[in-house]
Design a protein around this ligand. Sequence first.
Ligand SMILES: C[S@@+](CC[C@H](N)C(=O)[O-])C[C@H]1O[C@@H](n2cnc3c(N)ncnc32)[C@H](O)[C@@H]1O
Length: 469
Amino acid sequence: MDQLPVWLTLRGRGVLVVGGGHAATAKARLALAAGAQVTVVAPALAAEAAELAELGQVRHFEREFHADDLTGQTLVYGATGDDMHDAAVADAAHARGVLVNIVDKPALSDFSMPAIVDRSPVVVGISTGGAVPALAVAVRQRIEALLPARLGKLAAFAESFRSTIKAKVTDMPARLRFWQRIVSGPIAEQVLSGREDAARAELMRALNSDASGASVGTVFLVGAGPGDPELLTLRAVRLLQSADVIVYDRLVGTGVLEYARRDAERVFVGKEPTRHPVSQQQINDILVDRARGGLNVVRLKGGDPFIFGRGGEEADHLRAAGVPVQVVPGITAALACAAEAGVPLTHRDVAMEVTFVTGHGRDGNDNEPDWRALARARHTLVVYMGVGHAAEIAGKLTEHGLAASTPVAVIQNGTQPNQRVVGSTLGALGELVVAQKIENPALLIVGEVARAAQTEAVVAQNILRAVAG
Ligand SMILES: C[S@@+](CC[C@H](N)C(=O)[O-])C[C@H]1O[C@@H](n2cnc3c(N)ncnc32)[C@H](O)[C@@H]1O
């Protein structure tokens, strides 16, 4: 390690910025964010620096730098953009023992500025020692994506309970374990998703139940999206990385499970449309059983848990059993498949509304939909679990007024490497599904918008055109 990372307390201390351009202003802003008293020395200021001076946030001396400007300063930044002036600032700072950073000149600097991820009071600094600033920025982007936006709130929340926890959990190892539970378990998740009141209540409950030795885990109903792991939410990834148990469905893409904690228990409860090897009751029992054992469970469901996923039933069951539940949305198949097929679900000219329906009802006991309403004009209909009844659905829609020429897009295995997009019309849909051997999981998009579908035929034509021309 060539440089020592330190976090300086600058509140109320002097920081000198020499230069009035963009780089100088950026340094002035950072110093201000840390509460420093900032002085800028420059014969002229760019608009953004002038604004800081006008607002009285920085003191400005409209002239060249003098060595005496360093008196009383903790740090100095040189950002004049001129080699000779920058070198003069560095020399004077070295002579007086004031720490100096010359922008883009590590050889003249005592310290380098890290790329910063600010979730105050949690602050991450990334340094390449001034060697490759672009690499530090690239690393920062990754860390930005990893760290929850409300991490700072979590730190403040935890801080506010420090003395209570210290008084209540007196045994040191037990206190450490308790803290680990707070900062990476369901209570942290409540804070990170903006529900601080619920988190506070949960923490008080955990403090009291800890005294009685009992604790119940939380079940997170998490949407795994349509299959492509890139379409997971950040919260889903975070929960997968921390859950003790993962209970997952058939439609959860294999890549998605790569994000799971290596030592987490994995329970497959996949259901086929016609075969349910693990019954819903058994799934409910597994969830309650693990949570009552104090484990945190991710119940991973394809797409969104609350769209044709029986998430509502599972949530009801868990709540009735006294198990805390949190729901994390996912990208539902309709949105993902439409995007993949290039079909806008609504369009100002042809579709003012969109309806998601299931092609089969609860456990095969079909509830007849309102076909007249589904066959409305200027309307897009997305049918989940409909391929098995495609001809019947098309027949009902035409019977209730939709033209047989209405375009339909059929998307099988949307977002997966074996994705297929096939185009049809309502009149030909039944035959197409059989002829093309379309199988589940597949989605039907019915309506004028489906005319835009980038089907296999359209893509092939485009390729031929590109080759020819
Ligand atoms: C039980 S539903 C679950 C829906 C899920 N909760 C969601 O929000 O996407 C299963 C049906 O969703 C559709 N589906 C799910 N994933 C799909 C995918 N990757 N491509 C096409 N259709 C999909 C199919 O119609 C499948 O039969």
